[in-house]
Design a protein around this ligand. Sequence first.
Ligand code: G
Ligand code: G
Ligand code: MN
Ligand code: NA
Length: 249
Amino acid sequence: ENIAAILRVAIERDQVSMVYQPIKSLATGKIEAVEALMRLKMPDGTLISPALFIPVAESSGAIHELGRWAIRTACQEALIGQKMPVVSINISAIQLQAPGFSMSVAKILGELGVAANRIAFEITEGLDIEDHDEVLKCINELQQLGIRIWLDDFGTGFAGLSWLRLVKFDMVKIDRSFLHDSVLAEGADMLKDIIALIRNRGHTMIVEGVETEWQMDLMRRYRVDQVQGFYVGRPVPAKRHRKATVKGA
Ligand code: G
Ligand code: G
Ligand code: MN
Ligand code: NA
């Protein structure tokens, strides 16, 4: 309704912006990537969550322009002139189904001079795929270009295992609900099993939602590859990110 109209002009008026959250390797202790997360500022200054406006952008078709803007901006802010190895960008199913999506991504990367292996697309396992073949074809084209494909929110839907069979993901992100349940013994066991499953399938994993030292220790004991969460760092604008990185170096 109202959000759809606002989205149409939001990009030109600088009301859409990106924040970046660090992803840390437990083996090296280094920040290996940042996840780009979109923010929409309403004319009155309040921030609206992408959980609310992305579905509106999808149904209104604004997602295509918004998505291209997100890729371009994430490359410019997080990669160009930066040491950051990789930026990950959330992509919706509708973008993957659009004809010529991989071509449009290749064009953006070419214009910016950014190597394809420095970007990752996060695809949520909860994707309601009508056109399964089209999505798989697009994922394949993107991987051919060298773009990393990550499976997001693993364990929240029913399709996670099917996705693992269909796509050779470069990374699997375990949803933060598993870590939050790990304060209970059964929850911790389940998380351990999920990590083993992903590792045995040959994938690298990120556990999301690490908020405490206790959780961080658990992740070290479980030999998780990478972690993301408020304990490592909150999502912040690129400028503040660089300052924080320099300060912590
Ligand atoms: O940052 P926050 O927790 O508010 O994000 C809520 C949800 O919105 C997350 O599931 C995230 O994946 C999604 N999201 C954030 N930024 C983008 C984006 O640029 N594009 C898409 N399609 N989804 C996004
Ligand atoms: O669905 P997706 O994984 O893309 O969602 C990412 C969202 O999770 C971001 O909007 C971010 O704000 C949120 N998030 C990131 N780290 C934490 C955390 O440690 N705890 C909680 N509760 N949310 C987090
Ligand atoms: Mn994500
Ligand atoms: Na997630």
